[in-house]
Write a protein that binds this ligand. Structure first.
Ligand SMILES: *Cc1c(COP(=O)(O)O)cnc(C)c1O
Length: 363
């Protein structure tokens, strides 16, 4: 049996370090914010090449608070990819704004910059590219468009820890970059966790206030904030794992290279990596018109696989209110019907990755 992802194996690999870190917090007597959160924020900002990081409760909150910090609200529109995890859209809806979907380039699965202009209106407040599967979105044309129109760029980097765009890590290209440390992400906590990074001190300060009841000073509330603080136990775990992230990313790269080579001559469509991209390989996503039978073959061989994502956001009951007909976003719908994620992760052996290739070679 080859699992899609083995989080228990990741823990076992560094168990003594994790256990010591958790113990340290338990014994510190400090259980909300405090020194572990401060230290992780400094280390995460440094890793990302950003001036500031703010630890939050999860990735969805990171997106919501980023939009709130930019004063995006009712009556505003935000450009989002038509194919993404629904959290990207939900964050826009949560602040009362309208998600305006733009189709991806089917080769990269990421927002197609040349389709954005047609979707801009005088209500557009921000563009929200997603670095889907850990493949960096083509940021330069997006940033240029945003600057020309005086609107913000918020990046959904929930899958892109360590990914590089034109030789520079994701973390401070746009105005605010949003992170999730959900357990299955490349840098994953042992529960929910998230963060934003930015080079803008005012935005960082605003999000710091928003995450803590809208308060900078205890019992003085400047705005109606929320409770979305990064848990110090999770911060301590993330500090341990961050020290392994470079090494674990290299293992993902080795698996991706093996798949790209081993499956190149099959009928499967391989991920396309532009020459300016260094993906984080959060997911290794292939495409096939015959996706369900490819998945059935893997399942029969005891190999786990998943579909990211089987239903495009505009086809979800949650967005029936938008009244988008099924055929309005054909690229998103086609990708949802054809994508399949193969096992990948730091604890997947090259031998097991080779076994996955062998099951798929004659397709
Ligand atoms: C995981 C994820 C999120 C949400 O993160 P949570 O921490 O689960 O709230 C948002 N966007 C994308 C693309 C994700 O993969």
């Amino acid at each position: 049996m080859i699992p899609f992802l083995d989080l228990g194996a990741a823990y076992r690999e560094i168990k003594p370090e994790i256990d010591r870190a958790v113990q340290r917090v338990l014994e510190s007597g400090w259980y909300v914010l405090g020194p572990e959160v401060d230290a992780f924020e400094a280390e995460w900002a440094e890793y990302c090449g950003a001036a500031h990081a703010v630890g939050l409760a999860n990735g969805l909150d990171a997106l919501i608070l980023a939009l709130r910090a930019l004063d995006v609200g009712p009556g505003d529109e935000v450009i989002v990819p038509s194919n993404t995890y629904i959290a990207t859209w939900l964050a826009v809806s949560a602040v009362g704004a309208r998600p305006v979907p733009v189709e991806p380039d089917p080769a990269t699965h990421n927002l197609n910059p040349s389709l954005i202009t047609a979707a801009l209106t005088d209500r557009t407040k921000a563009i929200l590219p997603v670095h889907l599967y850990g493949q960096p979105a083509d940021l330069d044309p997006i940033l240029m468009l945003a600057r020309a129109h005086g609107i913000a760029v918020v990046e959904d980097a929930a899958q892109a820890h360590g990914a590089q765009y034109k030789g520079r890590k994701i973390g401070a290209h746009g105005d605010i970059v949003c992170w999730s440390f959900y357990p299955g992400k490349n840098l994953g906590a042992l529960g929910d966790a998230g963060a934003i990074t930015t080079n803008n001190a005012d935005l960082a300060d605003r999000i710091r206030m928003l995450r803590n009841y809208g308060s900078r000073e205890k019992y003085v509330n400047e705005v109606q904030g929320v409770n979305s603080r990064l848990d110090p136990i999770q911060a301590a775990v993330l500090r341990v794992k961050l020290a392994h992230l470079h090494n674990w990313s290299e293992r993902r790269q080795a698996i991706a290279a093996l798949y790209l080579e081993g499956l190149a001559r099959t009928g499967l469509i391989m991920p396309h990596v532009p020459d300016w991209a260094n993906p984080a390989w959060h997911l290794f996503v292939i495409r096939s018109a015959d996706r369900d039978s490819v998945q059935a073959r893997l399942t029969k061989a005891g190999i786990g696989s998943l579909i990211h994502y089987p239903i495009a956001p505009h086809m979800q009951a949650a967005y029936s209110e938008m009244g988008l007909a099924a055929d309005t976003l054909p690229v998103a719908r086609k990708l949802a019907a054809e994508v399949l994620s193969l096992p990948i992760g730091p604890q997947l052996s090259l031998q097991n990755a080779q076994a996955v290739i062998e099951v798929l070679t004659d397709i």
